[in-house]
Design a binder for this molecule. Structure first.
Ligand SMILES: Cc1ncc(COP(=O)(O)O)c(C=O)c1O
Length: 438
């Protein structure tokens, strides 16, 4: 530990690190999700295992309490153990979880999806976001009789997408070659994909909004290009769905895709995903193969029905925006107050923001600086990974405690930047990128 490290780690994390030692050699990567792995937190400073959540708070295995701002990468949109969702889940569990035939709750949730989502005419369910995006790609290929996928953004772990990333090992080149990437807000880059693959683009799949808003006409332009070339337009709303608006980003921006994928927030933390869209395309699900044992599992569907009903009944989405805006504005004002607004910013739509840290010399993402902020927030009881995913349970008190913690972290960050040796301000190794930088 360096002499510039400001304070000794005040948290007792003994059990977390005992469990880490047990997990190493047993669970590759020590996590089921890359973005939740120990490599995403400052070793020795942050906990490795969480075991309990209530509302907007979580507790680690040593009993330390944190305000939960990653919200499990987005699913916990109402709060942990939300009373309405828990009641629905417990009731369903007591009646059975999965059956040998379909359960009527599938219809209840499908009807709610059709009611909520502009493009939705028919609905199928999966468990992970990747199930839904892969289903959309397969059905689009079947519908068009074409092979090439044009992709922009992150879409999950499956071959057709991950083959385009720096973690493509294990994916045959023949498969990777069938996916072409294009850039957000750059309609020319999508035109180039169509030009390079005349008559062979099955679908265009993109996140309709990430941390950058679509420029006026961008989504419309994508939609028009798809129509012109006969490709299926798929909005990947796994992150934006039931978070930026009840009807997703397609409602917010007024552009309706042919198909859309939802997961994460739809069931407040239970595993459910949705692929939905135009009837004539969705009907092709009768012919393709999209089928798995847990597809109609009723507990997650009960959670989704309760989550959606609560969103309809109560001002959930407004709250996500309101609390998110306070965190975002507070973060950016504090960065300005400490003179480091050129280095760090909180960007994105308020329900889901990302804090960026930019190396002044290279202009690249600076993981050491991000690690310093994470370290300083975690030791002050705020769990922070890359930004703020707000929940309905996040109270005004939680927001002001988080802003207090940010106010305490900013001078440490400013001193680290000034020193030119930021790593000396860290009490452990910095977080690692999930995807290697190109
Ligand atoms: C936009 C988007 N699409 C797809 C996925 C994949 O979802 P899952 O990890 O549930 O398979 C994610 C996950 O983070 C995502 O953010």
């Amino acid at each position: 530990m360096s002499s510039d490290a400001l304070e000794a780690n005040q948290l007792n994390l003994q059990r977390s690190y005992e469990l880490l030692a047990r997990a190493e050699g047993l669970i590759p990567g020590v996590s089921q999700t890359f973005s939740k792995a120990p490599s995403q937190l400052v070793h020795g400073v942050a906990p490795v295992f969480l075991e309990r959540g209530k509302g907007a708070h979580v507790w680690d295995v040593d009993g330390n309490e944190y305000i939960d701002l990653p919200t499990s990468l987005g699913p916990i949109v109402l709060g942990h153990d939300d009373p309405d969702v828990t009641e629905a889940v417990v009731k369903q569990v007591s009646q059975g979880t999965i059956f040998s035939l379909s359960h009527p709750i599938e219809l209840d949730v499908a009807e709610r999806v059709v009611d909520a989502i502009p493009c939705a005419e028919m609905v199928r369910f999966g468990k992970n976001g990747s199930d839904a995006t892969s289903a959309a790609v397969r059905v689009a290929r079947a519908y068009t009789g074409r092979s090439v996928v044009a992709a922009c953004g992150y879409h999950g772990w499956q071959d057709w997408y991950i083959g385009t990333t720096t973690r493509s090992i294990g994916v045959p080149d023949e498969v990777s070659r069938l996916t072409a990437t294009f850039s957000f807000n750059d309609i020319g880059s999508l035109e180039a994909v169509f030009d390079r693959n005349p008559g062979d683009v099955a679908c265009v799949i993109l996140e309709p909004v990430g941390v950058v808003e679509p420029e006026p006409e961008f989504l419309q332009g994508v939609s028009e290009l798809c129509k012109k070339h006969g490709a299926v337009l798929v909005f990947d709303e796994v992150l934006t769905g039931f978070r930026v608006a009840y009807g997703g980003a397609q409602e917010r921006y007024g552009v309706t895709p042919d198909l859309a994928c939802f997961a994460k927030a739809i069931a407040n933390g239970y595993p459910l995903s949705v692929v939905t869209g135009r009837r004539d395309i969705m009907e092709m699900f009768d012919d393709i193969f999209f089928s798995f044992t847990f597809g109609g599992e009723a507990v997650s569907l009960a959670a989704a029905r309760a989550t959606m009903d609560k969103m309809r009944r109560e001002p959930v989405i407004d709250h996500l925006w309101k609390q998110g805006a306070k965190l975002q504005d507070g973060y950016n004002s504090l960065a300005a107050e400490f003179g480091i607004e050129a280095v760090t910013k909180c960007i994105g739509l308020p329900p889901r923001t990302v804090c960026t840290f930019t190396d002044a010399v290279t202009g690249e993402d600076d993981l050491v600086l991000r690690s310093i902020v994470q370290q300083e927030l975690v030791r002050r009881g705020v769990l922070f990974m890359v930004g703020f995913n707000t929940s309905y349970a996040l109270s005004d008190d939680d927001v002001s405690q988080t802003l207090d913690a940010i106010r305490a972290a900013m001078p440490v960050l400013a001193r680290a930047i000034d020193s030119g040796e930021a790593t000396r301000f860290l009490n452990g190794p910095p977080v690692q990128p999930v995807f290697r930088q190109a």
